[in-house]
Design a binder for this molecule. Structure first.
Ligand code: FAD
Ligand code: UDP
Length: 426
């Protein structure tokens, strides 16, 4: 029984940035009807935001989402739906009762060591500490970190935070996770180094309402694909952006994810911490960071109250929302097994963060979706070529995220590993 009607030429599972981008391109450029399903009660995926009734402050339900990109096509795409403010992200880290700037930069180094180095002096000093570790070819997160920033900075700002964030021995974590965090020998303390950065002035949800409000797109929220799958014509092309292992009923076991618990508090103070995000580096503080969302929109008038959100990290169980792919060796092995099944699945394209088991930033999810539309979805829907079934991942991720785990742009001066186009990647 076709409960959604059978006029749709494309079914998209997931109304996050990946699904929404593909839906919009198909609707607006091919003029074809698209059905978008999401099991949550709202669209926007993890980028969803809403305005708090009590304080009037917009908050991001799944943690602060900072938009930044150097990809012109992505920026052009997203800004057609909203202007962006000029917010530039800075993060601070609390360690033993003091506040430092993160990523580690010249100010952090001088403050931490009580020195007054210039850039060259700091570089030489850190190089000396790193050399003491005697690690030539780092094989894991910890080796990578200490071989590049030395042990004192690692133990102060990385070790405790990472223990809370991943609950995994840093020696068992891949090097790519720490490669997301640059280290700089100048005073540049901006978190990102992209050409474009900012927050949508009317919020993320307003963007999603515009994208998915296209008359050719039908959205059904509160609908789990697996509850209605049997009613969807298997001949109709689908783009699945849900978890890859769930699609195959966990046949090879679960892919490892971290999930987060968020604790919201409304306070009768105008400014709780002076910045949008403060990390808590010490292991004896149970949360990893506190978000204070009003700082993301300096252009708005906010009242005397504030809204903060503490973030706690733990291993995801099946019923939890998966947030960060862990990417241990057994995850990589399982992913290859699922990938083979995905390649054999007719009329389904696996995409997005969950469908490809990759950490993607929003700009990467949009970039990958634009690419997927051009290379696979549009040709298939218009008969320009025959789909070779399989996950879009490898093809698409090459331009966004090369591994199973997060990568982030590193600053010009960083000492941790970076890739050639590092500045554009988060
Ligand atoms: P999602 O947004 O996760 O959307 C997938 C959708 O599929 C979900 O809505 C889900 O409900 C739905 N779905 C899953 N299974 C089913 C099913 N069976 N049936 C129906 N629907 C289903 N990126 C940035 O650029 N900047 C940031 O600052 C940033 N911060 C982040 C902080 C956190 C804590 C996290 C977890 C992510 C952050 N990101 C950030 C990444 C950003 O959230 C992702 O890039 C983006 O969500 C990817 O979009 P997506 O469409 O692939 O996945
Ligand atoms: N990290 C850390 N201390 C910090 C910030 C980051 O140890 O103050 C490490 C941690 O392991 C984290 C990784 O660097 O998982 C990547 O940091 P990022 O800020 O990219 O994490 P996200 O914002 O995506 O959670």
């Amino acid at each position: 029984m076709a409960i959604f009607g059978n006029e749709h030429r494309l079914v998209i599972v997931g109304a996050g940035f990946c699904g929404a981008t593909i839906a919009y391109k198909v609707a607006s450029e091919l003029d074809l009807p698209v059905l978008v399903l999401d099991r949550r009660g709202h669209v926007g995926g993890n980028s969803y935001s809403k305005f708090d009734d009590e304080t009037g402050i917009e908050y991001h339900q799944y943690g602060s989402h900072l938009f930044h990109t150097s990809n012109e096509a992505v920026w052009k795409f997203i800004t057609q739906f909203s202007p962006f403010n000029n917010y530039r992200h800075r993060v601070f880290s609390r360690h033993r009762g003091k506040t430092y700037t993160i990523p580690i930069n010249l100010m952090t180094i001088n403050q931490f060591f009580g020195t007054d180095f210039d850039p060259a002096g700091a570089r030489a000093f850190i190089a000396q500490q790193a050399a003491a570790e005697n690690i030539e070819a780092p094989r894991n997160f910890e080796e990578k970190a200490v071989s590049q920033i030395g042990r004192p900075l690692y133990e102060a700002f990385i070790k405790g935070y990472t223990a809370k964030q991943w609950e995994t021995d840093p020696a068992a974590l891949p090097t790519e996770i720490i490669s997301r965090l640059p280290v700089r020998f100048g005073f540049n303390d901006f978190y990102f180094g992209d050409l474009y950065e900012g927050l949508p002035t009317a919020g993320y949800s307003a963007i999603f309402d515009k994208i998915l409000g296209h008359p050719k797109i039908k959205v059904v929220t509160g609908c789990d694909y697996f509850d209605v799958r049997g009613t969807i014509d298997p001949q109709v092309l689908s783009v699945y952006t849900g978890p890859l292992d769930r699609y195959f009923d966990y046949k090879f076991g679960e892919l490892g994810w971290r999930t987060l618990d968020f604790e919201i508090e409304r306070l009768d103070v105008e400014d709780f911490q002076g910045a949008a995000v403060v990390n808590y580096a010490d292991i004896d503080v149970p949360f990893t960071r506190i978000h204070e969302f009003k700082h993301l929109h300096p252009e708005r008038r906010h009242g005397n109250k504030t809204l903060i959100m503490r973030e706690y990290s733990r291993f995801a169980r099946r019923a939890d929302e998966p947030y960060y792919p862990i990417g241990r060796q057994d995850d990589k092995r399982r992913y290859s097994q699922y990938k083979k099944l995905a390649e054999a699945e007719a009329n389904v394209i696996f995409a997005g963060r969950l469908g490809t088991y990759r950490y993607l930033d929003m700009h990467q999810a949009i970039g990958a979706a634009l690419n997927l539309y051009e290379k696979k979805v549009a040709p298939l829907l218009t008969g320009r070529c025959v789909k070779s079934d399989g996950p879009e991942s490898d093809d698409l991720q090459r331009q966004s995220s090369p591994s199973l785990v997060p990568t982030r742009n590193a600053g010009v001066d960083e000492v941790m590993e970076r890739r050639p186009r590092a500045r554009s990647d988060r």
